[in-house]
Design a protein around this ligand. Structure first.
Ligand code: GDP
Length: 293
């Protein structure tokens, strides 16, 4: 994960360690290299600028430069600020005080939305909950079939009907109330690109079923595009969180490091593989440690 970025940061820190005592110019040179490494990792330009400014503010003071292990101090500051950048705390799924909790998954086609719906259902099932999956992508019969296949694999029922996606979502919530399902996971339609029709449909579903969680699924491999998608969806729908998928692939880290700072939405889960047990809660501190290597 984030090999390019990790390697470059390690190089910067190694140089600092080799110096022993640090001058302000040493720290500034390191910051310039960190800035470049982040830009190369496709982190949003403004996010990088603010990030480096915060580190500089903390790192060039006498306290760091005159400390016994200045390089160590700089690494610690970078780690702290990486954690802050990704939201600090772990962001959890909001569960409704009175079930069923309604989770609406939104995102572009191919982002991993249907897979994530099944992963989430499996993880909730393992926690002793009774999820119901809802196939609300009526435009692509293959998407409904895909959810049914995944539902069978994990033995979670899938609610599907023909007709209006808003009605399908609403009837799924009624079904959950009748049958005692405590989490309803709605897999909404995706498109290749954001379009008005899709947004309107998602707004209608949201208005009708009043989900406790609207989660955007985005593909980490798409870097800054993922951030732009998140901004647009957040403006239209008001997201509660983001699921960043395909973090197991050859991603550079830009999406993971920019989304929270740009949109204000926390990353709640990460997809780390195609298999259905490969969804992890997102921990900013663990991610910072992975980035630092
Ligand atoms: P949707 O169109 O958004 O519903 O996307 P799908 O759920 O069909 O996923 C698209 C492709 O991405 C499928 O081949 C999935 O197996 C794959 N995929 C989803 N999540 C992950 C992930 O976290 N890691 C990897 N490597 N592949 C994933």
């Amino acid at each position: 994960m984030f090999f390019g970025l990790t390697d470059k940061l390690q190089e910067v820190f190694k140089k600092l360690r080799n110096k022993g005592k640090l001058t302000e110019e040493d720290v500034n040179a390191a910051l310039r290299e960190i800035r470049l490494a982040l830009l190369e990792a496709d982190v949003n330009y403004k996010v990088v600028k603010d990030f480096v400014a915060r580190i500089k503010e903390r790192a060039v003071g006498q306290e760091v430069i005159q400390s016994l292990s200045p390089a160590h101090q700089v690494v610690k500051i970078v780690r702290d600020e990486l954690i802050n950048l990704m939201g600090g705390q772990n962001a959890r799924l909001n569960l409704a005080p009175k079930p069923p909790t309604v989770v609406m998954l939104v995102g572009l086609q191919g982002s991993g939305k249907t897979t994530t719906a099944a992963k989430l259902a499996l993880s909730l099932k393992k926690q002793g909950r009774r999820p119901l999956l809802v196939a609300a992508d009526v435009y692509r019969p293959a998407a409904v079939k895909q959810l049914q296949v995944l539902g069978d694999q994990i033995q979670v029922p899938v609610w599907s009907q023909t007709g209006d996606p808003v009605e399908i979502a609403a009837s799924a919530v009624r079904e959950a109330n009748h049958k005692g399902y405590d989490v309803v996971i709605i897999d909404t339609a995706g498109r290749l690109h954001i379009n008005e029709e899709l947004m309107r449909e998602l707004e209608e579903i949201k208005a009708r079923v009043k989900p406790h969680e609207v989660l955007l699924v985005v593909d980490a491999m798409t870097g800054q595009d993922a951030v732009t998608v998140a901004e647009t969806f957040h403006q239209r729908l008001g997201l509660d969180g983001v699921v960043l998928t395909k973090l197991d692939g050859d991603t550079r880290g830009g999406a993971a490091l920019s989304i929270r700072a740009v949109t204000g939405c926390p990353i709640k889960f990460v997809g780390v593989g195609e298999k259905l047990d490969m969804l992890e809660p997102f921990h900013p501190d663990r991610m910072a440690d992975r980035i630092l290597g």
